[in-house]
Write a protein that binds this ligand. Structure first.
Ligand code: AVJ
Length: 321
């Protein structure tokens, strides 16, 4: 009985790791093996993603930043006194500064992220740059239902979800997440959301298969994380990065392809990989403007304005709840 009690105590303490372990085991047990892309972002993965955003081939970040800089005043100029800017998965809150530069001093900023340290760092930086800004971080997973502290609940809300993170979800799941955001933000709220656009497949594939191999390192880092945190024995050299575009599904897929026949043990279970077999690690959906507006409508939002760059590579949509 004592052993049982200890095991249970361990389970309670390691709840977050258990979620990681169980989703890894579940993903590797499927006929098409898969791993959830939300686990890319440990410290090294986050640093590698920052490197990706600066790659010549990876156009989304710089293009979205340009759109935000060009149209920030249109996007948030109408946010009234006492309004709230609510960011889902705020991370380092870097792009947010472009909007904050165009907001009045009575506005409060509510960054929502799972990382307490990312929130603390962002808050410290923003308080230096915007001394009169009220920064009210919430530590939470943005995909779960959210309620605001009582003193913020009644204030006019503008949601912000940049980076085309919505593209990691299939359209139906994307619509469900948008509904979660709408319910959290409440009546008459707005959402400013970044969405990557369909384009020449060559450009799409290059963006996920860069010459410098940073995206490959980012993808393979998932195996390194599983080894470290779950005591697995993946051989990083035994897998290679692959990015493909599926035009029918309108998505980039990232895979890790086994270079040869091999076995890997994860949490005491053995998984077999044949030569050429892949682990599907990420989807990144691309939308035509009207396709995304349709997803928004299905989720209960009303599509309003949309901003793009001149080459129509990336879009920023305004939705009204
Ligand atoms: C952060 C999800 C938008 O899909 O483009 C970048 C992640 N993966 N390179 C994307 C990513 C490979 C990125 N998102």
């Amino acid at each position: 009985r004592r052993a049982q009690t200890l095991a249970k105590a361990h389970l309670d303490l390691g709840e977050v790791e258990d979620e990681f372990a169980s989703s890894v085991i579940e993903g590797l047990s499927n006929a098409q093996k898969s791993l959830p892309c939300r686990y890319f972002y440990d410290a090294r993965g986050s640093a590698l993603f920052e490197d990706i955003t600066r790659l010549p081939e990876y156009y989304p970040t710089r293009t979205e930043t340009q759109i935000l800089m060009d149209y920030a005043d249109d996007m948030v100029g109408s946010v009234g006194d006492g309004g709230l800017l609510v960011e889902f998965g705020s991370g380092s809150s870097l792009k947010t500064e472009i909007l904050l530069d165009h907001l009045g001093s009575s506005v409060a900023y509510v960054p929502i992220d799972v990382s307490e340290t990312a929130l603390a760092d962002a808050k410290a930086r923003l308080m230096r740059r915007y001394p009169s800004l009220d920064v009210r971080p919430i530590v939470a997973d943005f995909s779960h239902a959210l309620t605001f502290p009582a003193d913020l609940a009644a204030r006019e809300k503008t949601g912000f979800f940049p980076g085309s993170t919505i593209g990691n979800l299939a359209p139906q799941e994307a619509a469900s997440l948008l509904t979660v955001f709408g319910r959290a933000l409440g009546r008459s709220s707005r959402l400013i959301i970044g969405v990557d656009l369909k384009k020449d497949p060559r450009r799409l594939i290059d963006a996920y298969n860069d010459q410098a191999g940073i995206t490959a390192a980012f993808n393979l880092n998932l195996l390194r994380r599983i080894n470290r945190e779950l005591g697995a024995n993946f051989d990083e050299q035994g897998f290679r990065h692959r990015a493909i575009y599926d035009p029918a599904k309108g998505r980039i897929e990232m895979h890790l392809v086994s270079r040869h026949d091999q076995q890997v043990s994860v949490c005491g279970r053995t998984f077999h990989f044949s030569a050429g077999e892949s682990i599907h690690t990420e989807n990144s959906y691309k939308y035509a403007l009207e396709q995304f507006r349709e997803v928004a409508r299905a989720s209960g939002w009303r599509p309003a304005r949309v901003w793009t760059d001149t080459r129509e590579q990336f879009s920023v949509h305004e939705l009204i709840w």
